[in-house]
Design a protein around this ligand. Sequence first.
Ligand SMILES: Cc1ncc(COP(=O)(O)O)c(C=O)c1O
Length: 370
Amino acid sequence: MTHPTLQNIPTPALVVDLARVKRNIDKLARYTRQHRINFRPHTKTHKSRLMARLQMEAGAGGLCVAKVGEAEVMAQESNDLLLAYPALDPVRACRVAELARNTTMHVAVDSRQAIDALAAAARAKGTTIGILPDIDVGMGRTGVQTPAEALELAQHADRTLGVSLDGLFCYPGHINVPAVEQAGPLAKVAAILQETLDLYKKAGLAAPIVSGGSSPTCYQSHLVPQYTEIRPGTNIYNDTNQAKAGFEKWEDCAATILCTVVSTAVPNQCVLDAGNKTLTSDRYFRDPDHAGHGAIVEYPGCKITRLSEEHGQVDLSPITDPAGRPQLGDRVHVIPNHICPCVNLHNSGWLLLEDGQIEPLAIDARGMIV
Ligand SMILES: Cc1ncc(COP(=O)(O)O)c(C=O)c1O
């Protein structure tokens, strides 16, 4: 078999640069050590056991998942998992309860119904599931709306057999202003958490875990002193959203899609073999209508203007010299707008090693959306 290289592997291909991954993990590990916060990376970004292992080896205190299928994979890399998703249907709850035989399981919930479903499943299996009441700190997606409601859930968890109250959960996914402007919005998060923790204390309840964090706010997490842990996911790989918005540098983008130029027939345009089945339709969040569909590393001035399923149209008009334009058969690297759903579209990827060799990268939890 031909030795795989970036010149001969089939495209489009997900390529992950190991040196950059290690740098990104190290940066997070150093920051959290300095501020005495646990990090529990969200594995929905990479869906890879190898990446999870690197994160655990760097000092992660556990892993975060969205779905129970991901939990079943990641339980092989950590015995402490947080399901950051309201698992309230009996099938899901039953799988969580089964996992709890050998893994410490925490689940973020925002309803009594979820607590009751998880508790019933845990009692049936003879296990215990940890509950983190989810409070909405401004994103408006999930989470109870007031500290009093969070207390109510906490008290319900505390007195229900089969579950234990483990603390409090939030996700500040609405905060994506530049880091220097985050103090105000993060102070609001801190105030909501503190008010809730004060109510817990008055009611005699403890919150050993207060889980929050995101990639855009990651390195400002110390401004929320209530956090005991943070759950960034994206910043192991980073993407155009992270780099263009200034949360990380372009050189910190560890995952790219290697594409081939498959057509130059239309004037001032080339077509890449990557459409929305490869890059997803996610837009750059600050300028969704004009920013294009990812950044081309070799041609930063050229925009991917349009995606169909398998075609990415690139406007070459900024390059006036025809010799300076990408040619048919050329290969280019694209940094997707949002790497997480992109990874999930690839059956497997390639790991670019520090010596320049490449080897297959398994995406172990790919497609595990249940
Ligand atoms: C509940 C929850 N926690 C943590 C994260 C990780 O945040 P980020 O994607 O900013 O790294 C996400 C991302 O979707 C999330 O939904």
